[in-house]
Design a protein around this ligand. Structure first.
Ligand code: HEM
Length: 153
């Protein structure tokens, strides 16, 4: 069954997501809208986000094991006051990086991938506003194919 592939496997696994995040944060650090927010970022950050994405997309629970799962990810966004232009640039640069490193370009994968980016970044904006009070404890979300499983011909 085609939909037995996880998004993680379809993307190319841990190595592919690491390449994606390396390329993405190179663009982020050179970007006028985003660079100020990431100027002091932890040098491990690209890898941590790759571990997060891998766990969300059905790979191993490596972000939970290494970085403390959802509660840590949430804390890293609280109070940052992320704006809509910053959010949109984040999504755009992630899609540029996906093209650049050759993540699968099939309609089904990209629809699921971008669906997650939209969802996750909109939550990041909400949760980062002054006075926001999101749940501090939750499990890492699991993202799947949605309505269109991978097309295998
Ligand atoms: C789907 C959307 C997003 C995901 C999956 C995500 C993921 C993460 C994760 C996992 C961390 C914690 C890394 C660690 O363990 O140290 C983090 C931190 C951070 N995120 Fe996000 N994030 C998203 C959206 C955004 C957006 C839209 C912004 C701002 C435009 C943003 C800004 C930051 C910053 C500044 C940090 C702290 C970096 C550091 O100092 O090391 N995030 N993000």
């Amino acid at each position: 069954m085609a939909d037995e592939y996880t998004l993680y496997e379809w993307a190319g696994g841990a190595g592919a997501l690491e390449k994606l995040c390396e390329a993405f944060y190179q663009h982020v650090l050179a970007d006028d809208v985003l660079a100020p927010m990431f100027a002091g970022m932890n040098p491990g950050h690209p890898r941590y986000v790759a571990l997060w994405l891998g766990e969300v997309f059905g790979g191993p629970a490596a972000y939970s094991a290494e970085r403390g799962g959802y509660p840590h990810m949430l804390r890293m966004h609280l109070g940052r006051g992320i704006t809509e232009p910053q959010r949109r640039r984040w999504v755009n640069l992630m899609q540029d990086a996906a093209d650049e490193v050759g993540l699968p370009g099939d309609p089904e994968f990209r629809a699921a991938f971008v669906g997650y980016l939209e969802w996750g970044t909109r939550l990041a904006v909400q949760n980062s506003q002054p006075g926001a009070d999101p749940p501090r404890e939750a499990s890492v979300p699991k993202w799947g194919w949605g309505v269109a499983p991978p097309y295998l011909g």
